[in-house]
Design a protein around this ligand. Structure first.
Ligand SMILES: C[S@@+](CC[C@H](N)C(=O)[O-])C[C@H]1O[C@@H](n2cnc3c(N)ncnc32)[C@H](O)[C@@H]1O
Length: 216
């Protein structure tokens, strides 16, 4: 019996020692993963050092459907549009093609450069689509009557407070994927991850006034 247990243990040891990954392979996999993370962070993270952890929103481009949904909710709108966190510029370029004067605020300098070169290749004049490397939390948005935001659930409450303070009464806000929890929606288009919500600031203000009168 003892003999057979020893033999089993010896066999296991042999199996384990032969199945251990080769050190060169482990090094290569480690180097590859570090490289992938490096490239990802190059595109997703620059400019974030000065932003508090709770307000960091990484880069994730809008899907085609999401962009189309935004454009449906902007139908008939004129004037100026700010895209908060404009990424590679796809929303700004789509909205400028519909006649809006658009500005994309983006903290990641690589994405700003890429969006500018895309606008240049497409021959979009800079008074129709401008990309500014700037933290939108530190930007006064009172000159914009259209705002688009595809950000993160954790920042929507604070963003709502900022927009209510700064935007003119005739402004429309389009929120992608993540709605404002205490704002009444004007309309929404799409479903699931592509769902997009429109809010008219005058209606939001009068709704919130009514709520605070009822509570107070
Ligand atoms: C989810 S992506 C959306 C990109 C683009 N709007 C789109 O729909 O394809 C959010 C973007 O916001 C940018 N961002 C996050 N915080 C920012 C800030 N405080 N100021 C400017 N840009 C910011 C990120 O770098 C990222 O590109």
């Amino acid at each position: 019996m003892e003999d057979s247990i020893e033999i089993i243990l010896q066999d296991r040891g042999r199996v384990l020692s032969t199945s251990r990954p080769h050190p060169v392979l482990s090094t290569c996999v480690g180097a590859l993963l570090t490289g992938v993370y490096g490239v990802w962070s190059l595109f997703a993270l620059p400019g974030f050092r000065k932003i508090p952890w709770s307000l960091k929103v990484p880069y994730l481009p809008s899907s085609k459907d999401q962009t189309l949904n935004i454009m449906k909710l902007l139908e008939g709108r004129t004037g100026r549009l700010a895209d908060l966190g404009s990424g590679d510029g796809r929303v700004v370029l789509a909205a400028s093609a519909a006649g809006l004067q658009c500005t994309g605020f983006e903290i990641n300098g690589i994405l700003v450069a890429y969006a500018r070169s895309k606008a240049h290749w497409k021959g979009v004049p800079s008074n129709q689509a401008t990309f500014i490397k700037k933290d939108f939390w530190k930007t006064d948005l009172s000159a914009y009557n259209n705002v688009t935001a595809f950000l993160a659930p954790g920042v929507m409450e604070l963003l709502g407070e900022k927009l209510l303070k700064e935007l003119p009464d005739d402004a429309r806000v389009i929120a992608c994927r993540f709605p404002f929890s205490n704002w009444p929606q004007q309309s929404s288009v799409g479903s699931g991850l592509d769902q997009t919500f429109a809010y008219d600031i005058s209606s939001v203000r009068s709704h919130l006034r009514k709520v605070s009168n009822t509570v107070g």
